[in-house]
Design a binder for this molecule. Structure first.
Ligand code: AMP
Length: 299
């Protein structure tokens, strides 16, 4: 079974206290699809401008992504720049240039419309809905979002939420969405907006899944050194959906394992700038960290 991924295919300029890297390959869909590619074949939907380097297309190809849904349009590629503080949990967006995604309204290749797993990675909620409108009875739909969309497209996001099986967002976004700082108190309020499952990411402190069977608390893989956490959230949800799409049986039964797989791949993402580390993993790297993580929480 396989997976549709829509989101940003971007150029990222990233500043950390130790280094600065302009115009790296980034974007929610790039991080998510590359992470998912360790488990399944991701079918990408996105748009790049005429400034998008060929070497990044080659990277997508190396990971076996289906690029039939990736459009090259005249104009600038989505560009995000951000700066991290010494405490890498804190970052500031310096600039977001929507470029070609501002008017992007894709018509999916016919084969994509029958894919069972759908990942609406972080991008404008109207565009997420537009893609979902074209899907025929998907099995499991997950969406991610970000503060920018909560600020400028809140009503579009609220319209999307009842159509999801699962919403993934970080703790500050959860607080912003329902105006409740306590994550545990925020969860039932988010469910009331539509999604049966909600996953709240808490950076280095792991994540919480909330669903009909109650809560599941998942750790993050503990790292000694974080080089660049950009894309960790996207890698998390990409790994999670890639794992779900590779399994038989109901997504409900596989969700906890999928979260741990997502945590493992997100940890690798943090160890290099952009996609540097996630580009070069072996399945043995993933299984080793998964074993270690499992051992750390067993009691
Ligand atoms: P994360 O660190 O998981 O929040 O994801 C960061 C990635 O999201 C970067 O590679 C950016 O290109 C991309 N990004 C930043 N802002 C947005 C946005 N408003 N919508 C979609 N993608 C974004």
């Amino acid at each position: 079974m396989s997976l549709l991924v829509v989101g940003t295919t971007a150029l990222d300029s990233i500043k950390t206290p130790r280094a600065e890297n302009p115009r790296l390959l980034g974007g929610s869909a790039s991080h998510a699809a590359v992470a998912a590619s360790y488990f399944t074949t991701p079918h990408l939907v996105g748009a790049v401008g005429d400034d998008f380097p060929r070497k990044y297309i080659n990277l997508y190809r190396r990971h076996g992504l289906d690029l039939a849904g990736l459009e090259r349009l005249a104009g600038q590629t989505f560009h995000w720049s951000g700066e991290y503080e010494l405490n890498m949990n804190r970052r500031r967006t310096l600039d977001t240039v929507l470029g070609v995604i501002e008017n992007f309204s894709p018509t999916l290749p016919p084969a994509y419309t029958r894919l069972p797993y759908v990942l609406l990675a972080n991008i404008a909620p109207d565009l997420q809905s537009h893609v979902l409108d074209q899907m025929r009875r998907p099995k499991f739909v997950v969406a991610d979002t970000m503060d920018l969309w909560l600020n400028i497209a809140r009503s579009a996001l609220l319209k999307l939420l009842p159509r999801l099986d699962c919403l993934v967002l970080n703790d500050t976004e959860a607080a912003q969405l329902v105006e409740e700082e306590n994550v545990i108190a925020a969860l039932p309020r988010i469910h009331r907006l539509g999604p049966k499952y909600v996953i709240v990411k808490k950076g280095e402190h792991g994540s919480i899944l909330s669903g009909p069977k109650g809560l599941f608390i998942a750790p993050a893989y503990p790292l000694v050194k974080v080089v660049d956490p950009t894309g960790a959230g996207d890698s998390f949800v990409g790994g999670l959906m890639g794992h779900l799409a590779s399994q038989t049986g109901s997504p409900e039964n596989n969700l906890r394992a999928a979260i741990l797989q997502g945590s493992v791949i997100a940890s690798y993402c943090c160890e290099g700038f952009g996609l540097k580390k996630t580009d070069r993993l072996k399945t043995a790297d993933l299984s080793r960290r998964l074993r270690e993580l499992t051992r750390m929480v067993k009691w």
